[in-house]
Design a protein around this ligand. Structure first.
Ligand SMILES: [Zn+2]
Length: 297
């Protein structure tokens, strides 16, 4: 990797073509969007041996007007596989959920492809990996991350628009114990790094919007009734039924309301919250075109 100081390069656009101008008259043609305009920071250039291309990352300092967020207003988040994010914002009636199903299908498609080429590599060359396989792994990861980034950006932007000052996230230890019978989901659960990535991404994105993120322990949040605290309940697929007070709700909503209950510490505010979330989907294809989609509730 080569690092270029902020005052040692410039980016020029001539007739729709972009050039990177370096010292000693070196001009290199560049492609890609220049998304931000502002005071330029340093430039990092590196070579990627999987794609055989050179890449440059530029940091830019941008002035943005700050909306005032209220530290009092919070959003509560339950992370999962079937629904990547299930959330409830204080004061709202309608919980929301970002479906992970399109993401799951895409992940599975690449996983099968990898397995297929691995079996060939093993049979033909007695090797576990090839350049092609490594490319597929990379592709699978990039596509996953791209959708996650889009989902998180939309969610954080929504929080920002609603004046949320803090996002409370149920810590992900619970995800492993949640014994979904969905084997595809389980395959992804074991890629534990994915959830670390989601949390790190959520922290960074929220920070950019001036919103704090706090992780709280997720103790039995999906197996206690949020209305009457009974543990006498029944769960099947995404449905939660309390056998004591007859509450019926979506399991992820139960999870998120229970996270809210712990944090609100007896302070009410989730009376009348709907038991089922509005489902929002971000597909891997859509994610590539609209990083700043509008979320309508
Ligand atoms: Zn109950």
């Amino acid at each position: 990797m080569t690092v270029i100081r902020n005052d040692c390069y410039r980016i020029e656009e001539v007739g729709g073509k972009k050039w990177l101008v370096l010292p000693k008259g070196l001009r290199i043609r560049i492609t890609g969007e220049i998304r931000w305009v502002g005071k330029q920071g340093r430039l990092e250039i590196f070579y990627d041996d999987l794609t055989g291309r050179w890449y440059a990352y530029q940091s830019v300092k941008v002035d943005q007007p700050r909306r005032t967020t209220s530290p009092e207003k919070r959003a509560f988040v339950d992370l999962g596989v079937i629904n990547i994010i299930t959330a409830w914002i204080e004061g709202e009636k309608q919980p929301i959920a970002f479906s992970g199903k399109p993401l799951l299908a895409d992940w599975w498609y690449w996983t099968k492809k990898i397995a297929y080429y691995q079996s060939i590599a093993m049979r033909v060359n007695k090797r576990y990996t090839t350049k092609r396989i490594r490319k597929f792994y990379r592709k699978r990861q990039l596509r996953f991350r791209h959708v996650i980034n889009t989902i998180i950006h939309r969610f954080v932007k929504l929080c920002y628009d609603k004046g949320v000052g803090e996002i409370i996230v149920g810590d992900i230890k619970g995800i492993r114990q949640n014994n979904d019978k969905n084997s595809k989901a389980n395959a992804m659960i074991h890629n534990f790094w994915s959830f670390r990535y989601i949390i790190e991404r959520l922290k960074t994105t929220a920070e950019n919007f001036g919103i704090k993120v706090k992780l709280v322990k997720e103790n039995n949040t999906s197996s206690v009734c949020p209305r009457c605290s009974s543990k006498n309940c029944y769960k099947r697929k995404r449905l939660f039924k309390c056998l004591s007070c007859r509450l019926e709700a979506h399991r992820d909503v139960v999870g998120v309301i229970n996270i809210a209950r712990v944090s609100l510490n007896g302070r009410d505010g989730f009376n009348g919250v709907l038991a089922h979330p509005v489902l929002l989907r971000v597909s891997p294809v859509e994610a590539q075109t609209s990083p700043q989609g509008i979320l309508a509730l």
